[in-house]
Design a protein. Structure first.
Lengths: 539, 669
């Protein structure tokens, strides 16, 4: 009987599929291909690692990595943004005893993150890994990481979701530890233990949920939580504990201030390509969890906790920006800037949650929040994507500085690089200005919408958060000034300008910064109906 | 023939295209970049003239073109373009002045290896400013506003290898961004309250009366909502237009090449703030009819303007760098414009903005001509005697100086300054701004006379000055054209105030009132006479000789020369505060947030240690002790296991006997 219901649901969810897709004789499991192509590549590379030449060992991972972009493009072409439910769903029973299903699907939010993964991963393999040791093993681990991240963005059942979530740590650990800088071992341990420590509570939370509901399926759980059986699941204090467990797991990952201490050393010690992936893609897993899991499943608890979380997010916005001003290691500076940027997303989500639980069962408490809510949530998703582009570009630029000088990346190690390397200075400058939210580039749209939404919901918080904007401008311009301007000194003397490979790595990111800055509709069109539905359930 | 609003976007798009050409050509493509910049700017100027023609056909109308930018919820975020006389006049001015500055730059930047990038940035600067002018949306205006800031950053820091230039560029960007944060908050507030940021939208725009009526409610602090929003937006204008207290970046911006200074001080950047406040004037004035509020937005604007006007003029008196004197003169003149808006006459402000743009561009390009001829000597004490050597530069510079000083009738500056004084005189709230403005007039005439006397009269006081000679026509022709404009623009105001009537047809004509003309002539004459008496009659002979004014008030002059210590004050307060806060944040990172993690890790290690010790000392030790006893016993027993059969038998027999005895004894009982 249960199997029957699932089948019906499956049929129903597939009704929207465009005619072309239904005419297809074999329904290609696009999303499974998305997730597992990188893994197949990883397996292949592991098996063939001794037989591959160095150049093949470098090229094969890039090709497998590109599969995400190609398949993501196909999904994008067939994606119907008007439908706000899950699309391209696949559901198969996996562990019947535990009612675990292999259930994957995609909506606008997932699509945006899949596209981001597709753009960043090949670039992170292409640009910085020319001199990497054991390219085949490195590539295999990277592909493993990439597939796991995609799994997190697509899985709709907690069990596979959690498997992907935890599996992503393993390759990340080895990438940092084996290919990273001098402090890599400690950073890698701290990263993994801190994250696992958070996830353990989340796992406990879900065990409790399963005990109560006999399901791991996000969509079913969401229905239960929205079904008016409030307060859902357990009632009382138990739910709060479960909520806190899940929250902790996600908060460490985003990271929510002050659970961010693992991030700067991990990003700073990781090799350039891994830093790019960690900051662009992996840091989005936590924010994605907030939107996909925490909020739909615990609307009341999130609403109740939001005022406190709002202040924590504000602390992250302001304090991490000011902490970045004092960093002399450029990679740590960019890492702190990442915390600042993701804190804007948390700020927006918490501000919306403060206004009311996402639950139609509750009557309106405030009028006019919906417009602010839409702006804040749209801004959040756009910011996730845009931060991915600009932070990856900045980490790559620091990587270029390192690769030219045998690992130098101090603020004071360079000077006047622009004299000898005008192209590098120009492209890095564009990335910096994108990161500080200059209008006309991509970063502005997300930040503007977030501020617009937060101002409507919590004006004083928005006013204080502008300090973060100011501090960001200060330290990013200091970065540019100290490294690129002034007379050529230190490692800046006769700095070699970017070569073709490096331009080809930065180029797509820079082009996208302009395109999305001028035509934000390209992204906003994908998510707007979805966000509007979310906000419609707001009071 | 006129340019309809649908095609208005072409005006900024043309220079933007030139910027793209400049960005993508290699370094050797300087001729192409300069040609593209000049050609597109000439095209934009023609289009702007056509737009002006169209706008003047319906001076009271706001022609708009609104369009969706991206979807947001059930609606979309809309931007728009606007064509009215204010836009059109500004467009004509910006394109024309920019065109002349571009032409001048071809001569000035001839020797610079990076000239193609210079023209790229110049075009970007002009494009951003033009976009700002034609925006019908506060958001689009803000976008262009920030791009103006970016372009000024790039241009001020154009000679980036000079640390001072790189620092000045950063200072300009950060200082204006401080103001921009206020602007952003005002913009967010407005969007939240009104649901749109379009200026004019068929009755729903934020500058139209229906929307303005929404903002007359009082906030808990006693201000009207429109006052608070207006003042937040004014913060942006304070930063951009170099008003007190955020004027500190403007003099440092001199580190850029001189054509950039001319562009910043005349056509773009600083004009943007005044334009913004003139554009949102209905919003700024929305609280005027409320009686029970502590302060009106425009009152604040007027006082800030008056303070800036007087302070800029005072500081200019004590400066010795030719560009710095002009820079503080700009600060002062911008103060006049803000003062005019504050006292209710945005039309006078825009009139002065337009005339000032021409004569200030003239003065800066003239200064550039002097600097270029004198091999980058900028200290007026080391110049001197340039009049016979640079006749064209001298003649045009003198015209600019007279226009700025407000020499009567013939020069445009006189008329626009007269309009401002007149408006300030009629202000009911306070007469202090008027007196500040009057004092500023005297000072302006004084410091400009000093500047001309020091630079052009007397004898050359350095090798650079004695070897100076007139520049090429690429540099002198723009000077002549600008000088002609500085005179011709008098016609805009006299015999009838045509321009003011075009800008605001509803305003009543004030042409008949000439009561202030005579006192104003006296004031200008006073300033000119005093300046000539101190600096012209007995020109300085040596570069090192002291300034005549130093004898009278050395302390005051030193303070003014030091720009009243604002930079030091900000470094000691804002600078130290933010640096201290950053130190605190970094401290928290290392010792609290990361410290907590390390503490937890330490706790984990400690508990590991404790449980190991526990194991070792408790369980293990007990186990060890137990096994030792066992082992000892075993050892003891094993000693008995000798393997000697006789011994065993002996023991066995002995035991047997003992057992027997026990049994017998037991049985006996």
């Amino acid at each position: 009987m249960h199997r029957e219901r699932t089948r019906n649901e499956y049929e129903k969810e597939n009704e929207w599929q465009p005619a072309a897709a239904r005419r297809c004789p074999v329904n290609i499991p696009l999303l499974s291909l998305l997730i597992f192509t990188p893994w197949v590549g990883a397996l292949l590379l592991f098996v063939l690692r001794r037989r591959l030449s160095a150049s093949l060992g470098r090229i094969l991972p890039i090709l497998f990595s590109l599969s995400t972009l190609i398949l993501g493009g196909i999904v994008l072409a067939r994606f119907n943004p008007v439908i706000t439910g899950m699309q391209f769903t696949e559901k198969h029973a996996w562990i019947t005893a535990l009612n675990v299903h292999y259930h994957i699907g995609l909506d606008g939010l997932s699509l945006v993150l899949v596209l981001l993964t597709g753009i960043i991963s090949p670039l992170a393999l292409f640009g910085p890994t020319r001199q990497v040791r054991c390219p085949a093993i490195h590539g295999a681990l990277f592909l493993l990481l990439q597939g796991s991240a995609l799994g997190v963005f697509l899985a709709l059942d907690f069990f596979p979701w959690f498997v992907f979530w935890e599996l992503s740590l393993v390759p990340a650990f080895f990438l940092i530890k084996l290919w990273g800088g001098p402090g890599a071992a400690r950073a890698a341990y701290q990263f993994v233990i801190y994250t696992i420590g958070g996830s353990a509570f989340m796992l406990l939370g879900f065990a409790a949920i399963f005990a109560e509901t006999r399901t791991f399926d996000f969509l079913e759980l969401k229905l239960i939580s929205m079904g008016g059986q409030a307060p859902i699941l357990f009632g009382g204090a138990a739910t709060t504990w479960v909520f806190l467990g899940v929250l902790l797991g996600l908060a460490v990952k985003v990271p929510l201030f002050p659970f961010h201490a693992w991030l700067p050393p991990a990003y700073a010690e990781a090799p350039t390509g891994t830093s790019m992936f960690l900051t662009s893609v992996m840091s989005k897993m936590g924010a994605y969890g907030f939107l996909r899991i925490l909020w739909p499943l615990f609307p009341l608890q999130f609403h109740a906790a939001a005022p406190i979380l709002l202040w924590l997010a504000l602390g992250g916005v302001v304090l991490s920006a000011f902490a970045a001003m004092k960093q002399t290691d450029l990679k740590r500076m960019v890492a702190y800037s990442s915390i600042n940027h993701l804190s804007y997303c948390l700020l927006a989500m918490c501000a919306v949650a403060t206004a009311g639980p996402v639950n139609p069962a509750f009557p309106a408490v405030m009028i006019g929040t919906s417009e602010s809510g839409i702006a804040a949530l749209s801004g959040t998703i756009l910011q996730l994507f845009n931060h991915g582009l600009s932070a990856a570009a900045l980490f790559f630029c620091v990587g270029v500085l390192e690769s030219r000088t045998g690992g130098l990346r101090g603020l004071g190690d360079f000077g006047g690089v622009r004299t000898a390397a005008p192209v590098f200075a120009g492209l890095c400058g564009i990335a910096l200005f994108s990161s500080l939210g200059l209008p006309g580039l991509n970063g502005f749209i997300g930040e503007f919408l977030i501020f617009r939404g937060v101002f409507g919901l919590a004006p004083w918080v928005a006013a204080v958060a502008t300090l973060g904007l100011l501090a960001t401008a200060l330290f990013l311009l200091t970065f540019w000034q100290r490294v690129f301007h002034g007379p050529a000194t230190g490692a800046g003397v006769n700095f070699r300008d970017l070569d073709a490979t490096e331009i080809a790595t930065l180029g797509p990111l820079i082009v996208l910064m302009f395109v999305l800055g001028i035509f934000p509709q390209l992204l906003a069109g994908l998510i707007n109906p979805l966000v509007t539905t979310w906000a419609a359930t707001l009071p | 023939m006129s340019l309809p609003v649908q095609h208005l976007w072409l005006i900024p798009a043309l220079p933007l295209a030139a910027a793209a050409v400049g960005a993508l050509t290699p370094r050797s493509g300087r001729t192409l970049a300069a040609g593209a910049a000049i050609a597109t700017m000439a095209g934009a100027f023609l289009l702007a003239c056509l737009a002006l023609g169209g706008a003047l056909d319906f001076p009271a109308a706001h022609q708009v073109l609104n369009f969706a930018w991206f979807d947001l919820g059930a609606t979309s975020l809309r931007l728009g373009l606007l064509l009215d006389p204010l836009t059109a006049f500004m467009c004509v001015m910006v394109t024309f002045v920019s065109l002349l500055i571009f032409i001048f730059s071809t001569g000035y930047m001839k020797a610079d290896a990076n000239a193609k990038q210079f023209f790229c940035f110049l075009s970007l600067f002009a494009a951003a400013m033009l976009g700002l002018i034609i925006a019908n949306s506060l958001l689009l205006l803000f976008v262009c506003w920030e791009l103006v800031g970016l372009a000024s950053y790039l241009l001020i820091g154009f000679w980036f290898h000079k640390p001072a230039a790189a620092a000045a560029a950063k200072k300009a960007f950060i200082t204006t961004r401080i103001g921009d944060l206020g602007f952003l908050l005002g913009l967010l507030w407005l969007q939240d309250a009104q649901g749109t940021l379009l200026f004019y939208d068929g009755g729903h725009g934020i500058l139209e009366s229906a929307a303005l009526a929404n903002l007359t409610h009082l906030l808990p602090c006693g201000l009207a909502a429109s006052t608070a929003i207006g003042l937040l937006i004014f913060c942006g204008a304070i930063g951009k237009s170099g008003q007190f207290p955020l004027h500190v970046w403007l003099p440092d911006a001199m580190e850029g090449p001189t054509p950039v200074s001319a562009l910043i001080h005349a056509a773009t950047m600083v004009a943007a703030g005044v334009f913004l406040i003139a554009r949102v004037y209905p919003l700024m004035a929305a609280d005027q009819l409320l009686a029970n509020v502590p302060v009106h937005a425009l009152t604040v604007v007027a006082f800030i303007g008056a303070i800036t006007a007087l302070m800029g003029a005072l500081i200019a008196v004590a400066q010795n760098d030719i560009k710095r004197i002009l820079a503080f003169s700009t600060v002062s003149q911008l103060g006049y414009m803000m003062l005019a808006i504050g006292v209710g006459s945005w039309v006078a402000a825009i009139f002065h903005l337009l005339t000032h743009a021409f004569f200030k561009a003239l003065l800066f390009l003239g200064a550039g001509s002097v600097i270029h001829a004198a091999h980058h000597e900028q200290d007026i004490r080391r110049l001197g005697g340039l009049r016979p050597k640079m006749k064209v530069t001298f003649a045009t510079f003198a015209i600019g100086m007279m226009a700025l000083s407000g020499v009567p009738f013939l020069f445009s500056g006189f008329w626009s300054k007269e309009a401002i004084l007149h408006a300030a005189h009629g202000w009911e709230v306070s007469s202090l701004p008027f007196y500040a403005a009057v004092l500023g007039v005297v000072l302006t005439a004084f410091y400009m006379t000093r500047l001309v006397a020091e630079v052009f009269y007397g004898a050359p006081r350095s090798d650079e000055a004695s070897h100076a000679h007139e520049n090429s026509p690429a540099m002198t022709v723009p000077l002549v054209i600008l000088a002609a404009c500085s005179i011709l623009f008098s016609l805009l105001a006299w015999p009838s105030p045509w321009l003011q009537h075009q800008l605001d047809p509803s305003a009543h004509s004030e042409s008949g009132d000439m009561s202030l003309v005579l006192p104003s002539i006296v004031l200008v004459a006073l300033g000119l006479g005093a300046g000539w008496a101190y600096y012209g009659r007995r020109p300085r002979t040596k570069a090192e000789s002291p300034d005549p004014l130093d004898r009278y008030a050395p302390g005051l002059m030193a303070a003014l020369a030091n720009r009243l210590g604002f930079d030091e004050l900000y470094a000691a307060t804002v600078g130290r505060l933010s640096s201290g806060f950053a130190t605190l944040a970094a401290f928290l990172e290392v010792f609290v947030w990361d410290g907590a993690v390390r503490f937890l890790a330490g706790l984990g290690e400690l508990s590991g240690l404790v449980s190991r010790e526990n194991d070792e000392a408790g369980f293990n030790a007990g186990f060890d002790a137990g096994s030792k006893t066992l082992r000892d016993t075993g050892v003891a027993y094993s000693k008995a296991q000798t393997g000697d059969a006789h011994g065993y038998l002996r023991t066995l027999a002995l035991g047997f006997v003992l057992l027997l005895i026990l049994v017998i004894l037991g049985g006996a009982r």
